[in-house]
Design a protein around this ligand. Structure first.
Ligand code: ZN
Ligand code: ZN
Length: 334
């Protein structure tokens, strides 16, 4: 057992043999520690879900009310078969956590997804000292560099006001868990509360129950007719572009809030009038700063630009390599 690394990749996901648990497993296992409730990290079929406590309502919403869960506050230590585990803020979405695993003096941290921005709407990322850091690298190439969110919000408000002056409704496309709360927070006090598409509303309601400082929003009910919505703001998931839903609305302009900016677009640009660079993930410099702040000498890189980012970390003197061997499939990105 002593020769096994504290965490290693298996076909079921990241495994701790010493504690007999997985982190964000991709196939059913008896005991799963979950960094956050995005669907590429929290899958169906686990015997037990252990997560930061604010993730639990969303895990239940998405995976079923009857799943077995244990919710822990940030920073509280628990022992699983003699291995200490704890959850620490990742700044990615509400309830998102880095998972610290320690055993016989050795400390590993699995980051999950993270954002190093301070002063956002959810608990800010905290560097956790460790020997080995497993980092994400969704935006792990130098061309990803975020503009200050407050400046992006100013552009967003100007776009909304311009649309309203021309009689257009503004539709901001954003994922229901994470981006929608980030956008709502940035627009708070600058425009009247936005309307929410149903799929965002139900996530928003659950999150407000555990995180009451989230902004108030308006449900997009049956009573919200075309006239009532003219010139207003609606937050909707990008999936509405493929549906008939847009046709039921008054004349509208569409914008996408995404980190996937120029040259990296994932959506059909002809249906999107504007893009706002806004991400739930760290940019290139954020990834480097976060990794260095852990003091880790070994780094394993997961999600995204794993080869490029680990190669860069090696030039900085770190022992870095992709977490998942190239012959195994990577989970999809979110
Ligand atoms: Zn995520
Ligand atoms: Zn992810």
């Amino acid at each position: 057992m002593a020769s096994l690394p504290l965490l290693h990749w298996t076909p079921r996901g990241l495994y701790c043999a010493q504690g007999d648990f997985y982190i964000d497993p991709i196939r059913p296992v008896p005991r799963a520690l979950i960094t956050h409730a995005h669907s590429d990290h929290a899958h169906l079929g686990m015997g037990l879900y252990i997560a930061q406590e604010d993730s639990i309502p969303i895990l239940r919403l998405r995976l079923g009310e009857r799943i077995q869960t244990v919710g822990l506050p940030y920073g509280v230590r628990r022992s699983i078969n003699g291995v200490n585990i704890s959850f620490h803020p990742a700044g990615h979405i509400i309830g998102s956590a880095q998972i610290r695993v320690s055993y016989q003096g050795e400390v590993w941290v699995a980051s999950g997804d993270y954002h190093t921005l301070q002063g956002g709407y959810c608990a800010a990322f905290e560097p956790v000292p460790c020997h080995t850091f497993i980092t994400e690298s969704t935006f792990g190439i130098p061309s990803f560099s975020w503009t200050n969110e407050r400046l992006v919000a100013q552009d967003m408000v100007a776009w909304i006001q311009d649309n309203a002056a021309q009689g257009f409704t503004s539709i901001l496309l954003c994922y229901a868990l994470g981006k929608a709360q980030r956008v709502a927070h940035l627009l708070q006090h600058q425009i009247e509360p936005p309307f929410l598409h149903y799929s965002i509303q139900r996530v928003h309601d659950r999150l407000r129950a555990v995180h009451p400082t989230l902004p108030i929003a308006q449900p997009l009910g049956k009573s919200s007719g075309k006239i009532a919505l003219r010139g207003k703001v609606i937050l909707a998931p990008p999936g509405v572009l493929k549906s008939q839903w847009l046709k039921k609305l008054p004349p509208s302009k569409t914008a996408l809030a995404t980190g996937w900016t120029e040259g990296h677009a994932k959506h059909n640009p002809s249906m999107i009038h504007r893009t706002f660079a806004l991400s739930d993930h760290a940019d290139w410099q954020g990834l480097i700063d976060a990794t260095m702040a852990t003091g880790a000498s070994q780094v394993l890189v997961n999600h995204g630009y794993t080869d490029a980012f680990s190669a860069h970390l090696r030039t900085m003197g770190l022992d870095a390599q992709p977490l998942i061997p190239s012959h195994m499939t990577q989970p999809s990105l979110f």
